[in-house]
Structures are given as structure tokens and as C-alpha cells.
Write a protein that binds this ligand. Sequence first.
Ligand SMILES: Nc1nc2c(ncn2[C@@H]2O[C@H](COP(=O)(O)OP(=O)(O)OP(=O)(O)O)[C@@H](O)[C@H]2O)c(=O)[nH]1
Ligand SMILES: [Mg+2]
Ligand SMILES: [Zn+2]
Length: 321
Amino acid sequence: MTGPDVASAGGGSSSAQRGVVLSGTGGNWQVRTDDAVLVEASLRGRLKRDEGERLKLAVGDIVLVEPDARGDSWVICEILPRRSQLARRAPGGAYGERIVAANVDQVVIVFAAAKPEPHTRMLDRFLVIAEANELAARIIVNKVDLVGEPEAHARFAAYEAAGYPIHFTSTKRGDGLAAVRLILGSRVSVFTGPSGVGKSSLLNALFPGLSLRVGEISESVNKGRHTTVGAVMIPLPDESGGFVVDTPGLREVGMWALAIEHLDQYFPEMRPLIPNCRFADCTHTVEPGCAVKEAVERHAVSADRYASYLKLRDEVNGSSP
Ligand SMILES: Nc1nc2c(ncn2[C@@H]2O[C@H](COP(=O)(O)OP(=O)(O)OP(=O)(O)O)[C@@H](O)[C@H]2O)c(=O)[nH]1
Ligand SMILES: [Mg+2]
Ligand SMILES: [Zn+2]
């Protein structure tokens, strides 16, 4: 079906068609048209401008494609406005933001209960990025077969307390997969998390037939090696119209220019406490009458999560006092 905003010039290959960008490498983008036809297209020159197309176009973008003048290849002639996006700072201190995916409904942050060991500071960064992008986030704790469910629950208790939906899964044993499948229908979900936690394995287990590449973890160093190379959007085979995006694991999660005065808002368990601080501009660091610090003292807010808040605050502050 062609979208209502697309002029139909007599049908066939002579008219622009609407589609979604599924993946892209080296200037070639795979676009799935509304008729579920896969075409390979390049970005029209005028859309690239000086910013570079990597900054402009992302997996999940809704675009218009049309055959080029010679009629032997396809060009992306328009990028339609995004309803949302998942963006993070470019890695390695590079300037600018990186759009991980466009038109996203939820971020599914995958961690392993073990192998690799979960670093909750990093999980907090993923969560803050989701919050800053105003996207719903949920957590999957995979590889529960390695430590057992009670231990896995204990390690992530602070996140359940903070109100995040959490799923405990094992692709090896099949634990928790049915519940995860249920929350993926009819929407666009981005799977993100460190390398080697089992993002691709999960998607393969959830939807047999996907055959995403899965890495062999090196047991000796107990460290994931990147197996998924670029973000890939996959239409769910369940007819719900939902999509999942598999992304390469991240070694570091760069915070970009987050407004520091909003950082506390990105910790949902702190959010309702903030109006109770004595000072309206409380930074929850040294002020008397701070409702957040009080809640940490009586263990109503996790000390680890609060420590992450302080660390991120310092980082976002940079060198300024
Ligand atoms: N024990 C155990 N191992 C798992 C489980 N799920 C995945 N693995 C293993 O973990 C390793 C990494 O899996 P991947 O699916 O490639 O991980 P990934 O998160 O996609 O990694 P990147 O693509 O590098 O980001 C593979 O050796 C999997 O077999 C699980 O539930 N339990
Ligand atoms: Mg992968
Ligand atoms: Zn406070």
C-alpha cells in the first residue's frame, strides 16, 4: 500500500513509493516499501548536503524512493519527519550525535546476568539516554542459566524498584522468551546493550528463521567481541507490523550535551521526590533538606543508582565548577 501523502503517478515503477530503511552500508540503503518489496537505494545528492548522510539518515527512517532517471536503480528522494529517535554521542569523543535508529517506540536494553559481568554504571547510562530521548525503556537480563534466577533478580533489584519492566531470559533454556515476544508486537523496539550479552541470540530464539550472526565469546578473557556490525531493522514475522532493531554492542556509552538541570528527571525513582527538596534548584549533592539524599539514606532509592547520578553529573558538568 502506498501512503496517502505520496502522489501516485499512474502506479508501477514511475511513482515514488514510501518505505522504511532497514539497514545501510557504504551509501547503499536497504529500503522495504509499503508493499514489502526490498529495494537498494542511495540517498539523493541534495539530501546529503554537507552534513554527511550518516548524520541524516538512520535505520527506521520512513522515506520516499523512486527509480533514478535511467530507471536502473533507486534513490531516496525524501526523508519523512521522525516521530522519535534514539541518539547518543558519537563514540571516541567525536563531535556530534549518532542516530542509532529513527521512529522508535521502545528501547530494550539487554544485559547478561554473567559473561560478560553486568556493569550497572553502564546500564544507568543506557537508561539515561533512553529517558533523554523520551523513549520507554525495558531491561532484559539474559543468560540467567549461568547464575540462576534468584541471583539475577538480586543483581537487578534496584531497577525493578525504579519501576523499569525487567525480563529474565535464557536463550539456552528458553526462559522468559514468550513474555518478551508479547511486548514486541505492533511497535518498533531497539535492542541495545554491551557486546556479547546475547542480543542477536535473543532475536534468533524469539523469531526462528532470522539467522542473525551470533558471536562465540572467548571464554578465556570472558569478554564479548563485536559480532553485529551495523544496526539492522527486521520486520517481525508475526504480521503485527512490529519491527525489531538489532544493534552492535557498545563498549562505551557517550553522554552528549545533556542539560545538567534535567539529569535528575532521567532517574524515574528520583523524579517524584524532587518537588520535596527544600531548594527548588537542589542538585541533590550537598544541600540540606534534600529529599533525594534522605531517600537514599533510608534505602528507598538505591545507593548505586544515586552514585551513578553523581558520576554522570560530574561528567556532564565537565570542567565547569
Ligand atoms: N549461557 C548462555 N549463553 C548465551 C545465552 N544467549 C547467548 N549466549 C551466548 O553469548 C554469546 C554472544 O551472543 P550474541 O547473540 O552474539 O551477543 P550480542 O549481544 O548480539 O553481541 P554483539 O553483536 O557483539 O553486540 C554467544 O556465544 C551465545 O551463544 C544464554 O541465554 N545463556
Ligand atoms: Mg549481535
Ligand atoms: Zn535534592
